[in-house]
Design a protein around this ligand. Structure first.
Ligand code: GLN
Length: 486
């Protein structure tokens, strides 16, 4: 047993109790990174030096009897679209390849206040657009369970740092599934909070009405602790919810005996891989055996989520990415004739294929002749989907659904046909469309020993229900204990 094998909660306690020094923990973490990173390529930037400096300061404070916070001395990895003061934040794009923010995102400030040590920035799909991390301009991240397969995306690097035990937790962002789907492909816990619970200040925007930051962890207990740290009102984010803070660790109880769990049978009938379906059915049984009442629900409009998502997300992206014009910051083409040409060349050379495709699609659905037919229609369907969930939550406390219809696929397998890639998000995007929280937990393995994720969804700002159900599920299955052989 090495220190890096411990969970976040366990290592934080060992540090606090002075059983191990923070330097010991960093040594173990970087030893693991040196062993594994060359195989999986999860990081874009590793901040080894800064981490050791921070460790020294924290240790001094601890030694002088100070409380250094609930994450005191714990190494954590951050997706490379979350701004870190003085540390490159690239969005895995040539456009921001050399961008060094001059401020911390609010979540980073909160992590630092809680004593966490940032050990690096992780690989992702360019501007968080994708489901496999293959659209990164920088490198391809491999799945620790099978190096020939993708880790999922867009937060693939963050999922791999936790799955490969190179970090005790990581932050990702989820616009249409980018935390939950890679968590499912890599057998870790991934939590997408309610829209507005976690500040987006300092998160480089993809689609602002859908984006949320959330944690990747080894188990549900750690997810509750991370959520405690990163949630809360922030005056810098106008969509941040000004509500009372909850202590999610209070809901780590193995008891769901008075809870109702909804199963949307119609929605999961077709297009789901056989092994995923089997794990899903087993998960329902596990909850029923643990005392939950299983009820049927109908999410009749959820099947339109994907179409709705790819209109709304691309429309917002086309607007958000308008700022990369080659003038203020980011990549600038070297040769150009005039201003128009500078814009043109900088954007043509600075953005990758997937990003350009989405900017064009988004510009199209917002253009005056098509706005009503596409964008406005998508907003109307969004309302129907929201109402659909509202009605469902009159009948149940939470919904159980697979995280993704398939397990991790091979590199290049879905890049030729983008629609197939987009279909991997079928069970995650409805949650973002409706602004709800969702959690993916390890739910078993397919016949090739690739991880399967099970997702729980609750009503807005009811993360405590997710924590309770996910914790009970974990305690009754223990799939999270299995580690990749790497
Ligand atoms: N795969 C989805 C997309 O490509 C979701 C990405 C995300 O959640 N950032 O847009």
């Amino acid at each position: 047993m090495e220190l890096y094998n411990l969970t976040l909660t366990e290592i934080a306690k060992k540090i606090k109790d002075r059983e191990v020094s923070i330097k010991d923990v960093l040594d173990s973490t970087f030893k693991r990174i040196d062993e594994v990173e060359g195989k999986v390529d999860a990081f874009i930037t590793i901040t080894r030096e800064e981490a050791y400096k921070e460790a020294e300061k924290l240790q001094q404070r601890l030694d002088s009897g100070e409380d250094i916070g609930v994450l005191g001395g714990v190494p954590i990895a951050i997706k490379d679209n979350i701004c870190t003061n003085g540390i490159k934040t690239t969005c895995a794009s040539k456009m921001l390849e050399n961008f060094v923010p001059i401020y911390d995102a609010t979540v980073i400030t909160k992590l630092k206040e809680a004593g966490a040590i940032i050990i690096g920035k992780t690989n992702m799909d360019e501007f968080a657009m994708g489901s496999s991390t293959e659209s990164s301009y920088i490198k391809k991240t491999k799945n620790p369970w099978n190096l020939e397969k993708v880790p999922g995306g867009s937060s693939g690097g963050s999922a791999v740092t936790v799955s490969g035990e190179m970090a005790f937790a990581a932050l990702g962002s989820d616009t249409g599934g980018s935390i939950r789907q890679p968590a499912s492909y890599c057998s870790v816990v991934g939590l997408k909070p309610t829209y507005g619970l976690v500040s987006r200040f300092g998160l480089i925007a993809y689609a602002s009405s859908l984006d949320q930051i959330g944690p990747f962890t080894k188990n549900v207990e750690d997810a509750a602790l991370m959520l405690n740290v990163i949630s809360g009102y922030d005056k810098h984010d106008t969509t941040s919810a000004n509500i009372e803070k909850k202590d999610y660790t209070k809901f780590l109880v193995n008891d769901i005996s008075n809870m109702k769990i909804g199963v949307p049978h119609e929605f999961v009938k077709d297009g789901v891989n056989e092994d995923v379906k089997a794990s899903y059915n087993n998960a329902i049984k596990t909850l029923e055996n643990a005392g939950a009442k299983i009820v049927d629900i109908d999410l009749e409009y959820a099947k339109y989520s994907l179409a709705t998502y790819y209109i709304i997300a691309t429309a917002e992206a086309s607007s958000n990415l308008g700022r990369y014009d080659g003038i203020r910051y980011g990549f600038r083409a070297e040769e150009f004739n005039d201003l128009e040409d500078l814009y043109n060349k900088s954007r043509t050379e600075g953005f990758g294929e997937e990003v350009k495709k989405r900017i064009m699609l988004g510009t199209y659905v917002l253009s005056s002749g098509y706005y009503d037919a596409y964008y406005k229609r998508a907003q109307q369907v969004r309302t129907l989907i929201i109402e659909n969930f509202k009605k469902a939550f009159e009948k149940c406390d939470a919904i159980i659904i697979p995280t993704a219809p398939n397990t991790a696929f091979k590199f290049g397998e879905k890049t030729e046909n983008p629609l197939e890639m987009y279909l991997e998000d079928i069970y995650t995007v409805p949650v973002n469309i409706a602004g709800l929280p969702g959690i993916s937990v390890p739910g078993g393995f397919d016949r090739d020993n690739m991880p399967i994720g099970i997702q729980f969804i609750s009503n807005s700002f009811e993360e405590e229900k997710l924590i309770k159900i996910a914790y009970t599920f974990e305690k009754n299955t223990n799939f999270n204990v299995e580690k990749p052989n790497i």
